[in-house]
Design a protein around this ligand. Structure first.
Ligand code: AP5
Ligand code: ZN
Length: 212
């Protein structure tokens, strides 16, 4: 199964990607997670990505596309993948098509998860993440334990540095300007499926599985 997940920041792409990866037994590939991991390890990639993550702007395409190309060429992607956070503009979508063509495979669907901006802002502002395993919690919808330790791995639960009001506003602006046109790109290819992301997370999962 080869899927891309599209949608505004905070709509639940990461949440669904983890579930879909388990369901289909294929890797979850999140460019945002890859940048955050590189930043935590202070690698050259992480240090370069830092200013973009902190400001909510896109990391330049030559870097991001190269990173995804290397990842998709890995043998563990032979049977498929769930791409989360990529492509994020039309140039990335075109590069992905070319790359998949060169690998002799194609996408099964592009899943567009949508929700109103009030909902996504509420989800982002309440989000908490495990530093060690990346599990996502929400102070109201899926509260982490009071001791601040991840029930799955014991890691420290924290709030992402780019979940501040100012950066979220910029991420939403970038989404509108650059990422929304990707929805039309996949509509044009005839593989776009739209799901109402305001529903409960398990319901959203069931709908996606029934669509693909
Ligand atoms: P990235 O990490 O991709 O962030 P994003 O797109 O802004 O998406 P989020 O991770 O904020 O949200 P999500 O949709 O995954 O929601 P989640 O499941 O966590 O990118 C970060 C930065 O990296 C970018 O700004 C950019 O700088 C850089 N970058 C990344 N990719 C790039 C690319 N391709 N090119 C260039 N630069 C790139 O859910 C949110 C919250 O809601 C959670 O608390 C969750 O528990 C809760 N929740 C989820 N679903 C539900 C539900 N159905 N009901 C109730 N609560 C829910
Ligand atoms: Zn954890």
């Amino acid at each position: 199964m080869r899927l891309v997940l599209l949608g505004p920041p905070g709509v639940g792409k990461g949440t669904q990607a983890v579930k879909l990866s388990m369901h289909f037994g294929v890797p979850h590939i999140s460019t945002g997670d890859m940048f955050r991991e590189a930043l935590a390890k202070k690698t050259p990639l992480g240090l370069l990505a830092k200013e973009y993550l902190d400001s909510g702007k896109l990391v330049p395409n030559d870097i991001t596309i190269g990173l995804v190309r290397d990842r998709l060429e890995n043998p563990d992607c032979a049977e498929g993948f769930i791409l989360d956070g990529f492509p994020r503009d039309v140039a990335q979508a075109e590069a992905l098509e070319k790359l998949l063509w060169s690998l002799g495979v194609s996408l099964d669907a592009a899943i567009y998860i949508c929700a109103g901006s009030d909902v996504v802002v509420r989800r982002i502002s309440g989000r908490r993440v495990c530093e060690a395993c990346g599990a996502t919690y929400h102070v109201s919808f899926n509260p982490p334990p009071e001791d601040g330790k991840c029930p799955k791995c014991g890691g420290r639960i924290y709030q992402r540095g780019d979940d501040t009001e100012e950066t979220v506003r910029e991420r939403l602006r970038v989404y509108k300007d650059l990422t929304e046109p990707v929805v039309d790109y996949y509509k044009g290819l005839g593989i776009l499926k739209t799901v109402d992301g305001e529903k409960d997370a398990d319901e959203v999962l069931d709908i996606i599985i029934s669509m693909v």
